[in-house]
Design a protein around this ligand. Sequence first.
Ligand code: NAD
Length: 291
Amino acid sequence: MTRIAFIGLGNMGGGMAANLAKAGHDVRAFDLSPEALARAKAAGCLPAASATEAADGAEAIVTMLPAGTHVEAVYADLLPTLAPATLLIDCSTIDVATAKRVAESAHTHGATAVDAPVSGGIGAANAGTLTFMVGGSDAAFERAERILSDMGRAVIHAGANGTGQAAKIANNMLLGATMVATCEAFLLAEKLGLDAQTFYDISSVASGQSWSMTSYCPVPGVGPDTPADHDYQGGFATMLMLKDLKLAAAAAADTGADTPMGAKAAELYQRFADAGQGGLDFSGIIKMLRG
Ligand code: NAD
């Protein structure tokens, strides 16, 4: 059993903190939202009145916050108060530069930090089946892995601090681009007179196959049960995909990487969000492409 502070108990953090409590850890939880805090209490966590109160005496602190600015603000409060060697695990999806900066600051204060963003949505957070991509030293990874494995089924060491976030945004840029391309391919096949199921049967065992097609098919009634079968409700919201594509675009600009497909995907998801569809699953972009 480890004493763990958990900060940020929203859609993702709520289920993750509950799984840590279920695994027998002593979880001290904090969120600005009283409702989120009440849900964490019902799930077996001990609510705290502030992030610093939750972190007091904790061996590890997990954060699951909306963006880099939130992580930076919470770390600025926490770092001066931490016992040496406290392990900080940030599971939020944030920009690589901030991830590196907060880790450096943590190390300056004698703490150990890893970035550990996740793949998998709210369902996986609740079920404890997330994939974690971890950036940090070998020793920090070993410590983090013991905690993260109680919230997920895969914990992968990506490299030094920041590389977890790099893996996350590169992966999601690929996902955004392949989803748009998969939607386009179904629509072209349809215009050419091909039935969607027939195109799926062929392409899913041919060279066009991808996760977007065979695990997350954007066409209702084709392939496994996906958000398409529920009018694009649930799943991975368009605004979260757009957030990740913007992080990828910023990282590409910072590093001079040429990512025209990622940029096009960002532009299309921006249009879809601007049309008021930001809450729909990202595979719902097929509706916009259909016209
Ligand atoms: P969310 O908005 O549901 O939850 C964030 C929580 O953080 C909220 O409850 C909010 O009150 C709390 N919060 C904000 N500032 C705080 C502070 N200073 N102190 C304490 N609590 C604070 O967001 P989410 O969907 O849970 O996503 C969290 C992170 O996970 C994001 O970075 C997101 O990009 C990433 N992510 C989300 C999904 C998904 O499907 N939702 C999937 C993968 C990754």
